[in-house]
Design a protein around this ligand. Structure first.
Ligand SMILES: [Zn+2]
Length: 449
């Protein structure tokens, strides 16, 4: 039993129970797509439903109108929040069930609640939900149908919270499929919250943890911004594995669940530092980033200069820098590869486990290449003195990048931890000047030939 008074369930077990629950209810189990979708040249899979878009749009006929799947995702759009926010991961596992023109709100809501209560053992009294409050400007009415369904399955009205477009009108990047959504939250108790009397789902604090999003895809947003109703309605849901595991395992964050436990212990053995906020954040970033690097590696993405490769390189460099904050000198990320794989067990395939020695070597090599630049850059940044307004000249930052090869984003982040900002106008001027000088010297060179 954990702090929620519920039985411990391992991540693997959550996955197995979820997939068999939905298969028993007529869903066809899709194998998760690779993290890199064929034909998608720049990005990773960022949402559980992304590989299903051709089905949801009606471009391809699905193997069944009911689908279920475990999907890996990787997104770095809010990478700075990792470690500060206990829920943010760059890589995560989404469990999902979909109705392609089949069931609607009633079944989606009934099945979700049944799964949480009877198959995961959550208490109904700890659950809250949000629904779409409607929007007069978009001419969409409040989602009374969803409220009705939640009331019907026994969620009291006071725990059904209507929220606006920002929170409860789901869309993926502006145009395309969208619709009102209904999110399920677990109340982690007053001790996890801000203490405000108005604290409820949607509050900035950690008390209400969103675990599952049910999206009722009913509209398509056209390029001119208008919403049109879809001829066939779909349901798209996503249950965050790491989040629900943190609840069922009584873990303080996503990084204290079984998947990360062996790597976390190994990191404790390696680190010299204490247990302050800065070390806690560093540990979370390292665990998060390294797992993302492994998952990308399984999909064939190596650290590099451009596109996905540059994302992997950035993750390794950020993690390496956090190691310094823990008092670890020199490459260490490779040490965590096997413990991380141990924690994930059969969530990594046999072929993926076989790839680990290669990935470990590649990560260590990349980290070692960066180690000297990192040491030098950290020393340089420490010595930088900002002016009275806590701003440094853009030229200093540009030189660190151009002459020493230190990444600008990492330098900016390190400076911002000291409350220092950069004169970006001057940075651009230095960059332009540098370009001009190189051009002139290249021209001279050619004239001399
Ligand atoms: Zn709050």
């Amino acid at each position: 039993m954990n702090t929620y008074g519920i039985q411990y369930v391992s991540s693997r077990e959550i996955v197995d129970r979820y997939l068999s629950f939905f298969c028993e209810r007529g869903h066809y189990e899709l194998s998760g797509s690779p993290l890199v979708l064929p034909g998608n040249s720049t990005s990773f899979v960022i949402a559980g439903m992304q590989p299903l878009l051709p089905y949801l749009r009606g471009q391809t006929i699905p193997p069944s109108p009911r689908l279920t799947c475990l999907q890996r995702c990787l997104r770095t759009d809010d990478i700075e929040a990792v470690g500060i926010n206990s829920l943010k991961n760059t890589s995560f596992h989404m469990l999902g069930n979909w109705s392609i023109g089949d069931y609607g709100r009633r079944e989606a809501i009934t099945m979700a609640l049944e799964f949480l209560l009877e198959h995961l053992g959550l208490e109904k009294a700890t659950l809250w939900v949000t629904v779409f409050a409607g929007d007069p400007e978009l001419c969409i009415l409040p989602d009374e149908a969803a409220i009705e369904e939640w009331v019907r399955v026994g969620i009291p009205r006071e725990r059904i919270v209507p929220l606006g477009v920002e929170d409860n009108l789901w869309e993926m990047g502006g145009i395309g499929l969208c619709g009102p959504c209904s999110e399920i939250f677990v109340d982690r108790g007053p001790n996890s919250g801000c203490g405000s009397l108005t604290c409820r789902p949607g509050c900035f604090c950690d008390r209400y943890l969103e675990i599952w999003n049910l999206v009722f895809m009913e509209f398509e947003r056209l390029t001119n911004g208008a919403l049109v109703s879809l001829p066939r309605r779909n349901v798209d849901t996503g249950l965050g594995l790491e989040r629900v595991a943190s609840v069922l395992q009584g873990a303080e964050s996503n990084f204290s669940i079984d998947l990360f436990l062996p790597a976390s212990e190994r990191l404790t053995a390696l680190q010299a530092g204490g247990e302050q906020t800065i070390e806690l954040r560093a540990r979370r970033i390292i665990l998060d980033h390294l797992r993302a690097v492994l998952l990308a590696g399984f999909a064939g993405v190596e650290p590099g200069r451009d596109g996905r490769g540059s994302v992997v390189r950035r993750l390794i460099r950020r993690a390496a820098r956090q190691g310094r904050l823990l008092g670890i000198q020199g490459p260490f990320l490779g040490e965590l590869v096997e413990p991380l794989a141990l924690g994930h067990g059969s969530l990594f395939t046999g072929e993926e486990h076989a790839l680990l020695p290669t990935l470990k070597e590649r990560i260590t090599h990349e980290e070692a290449l960066f180690a000297r630049v990192l040491t030098m850059g950290l020393r340089y940044l420490e010595q930088i003195e900002p002016d009275g307004r806590n701003v440094i000249s853009g030229e200093q930052l540009f030189r660190l990048h151009a002459e020493k090869g230190f990444p600008v984003d990492l330098a900016t982040e390190i400076l911002s931890e000291r409350g220092i900002t950069v004169d970006w106008l001057q940075y651009e001027r230095s960059k332009e000047e540098h370009r001009r000088v190189s051009r002139v010297s290249a021209e001279k060179h050619f004239r001399g030939m």
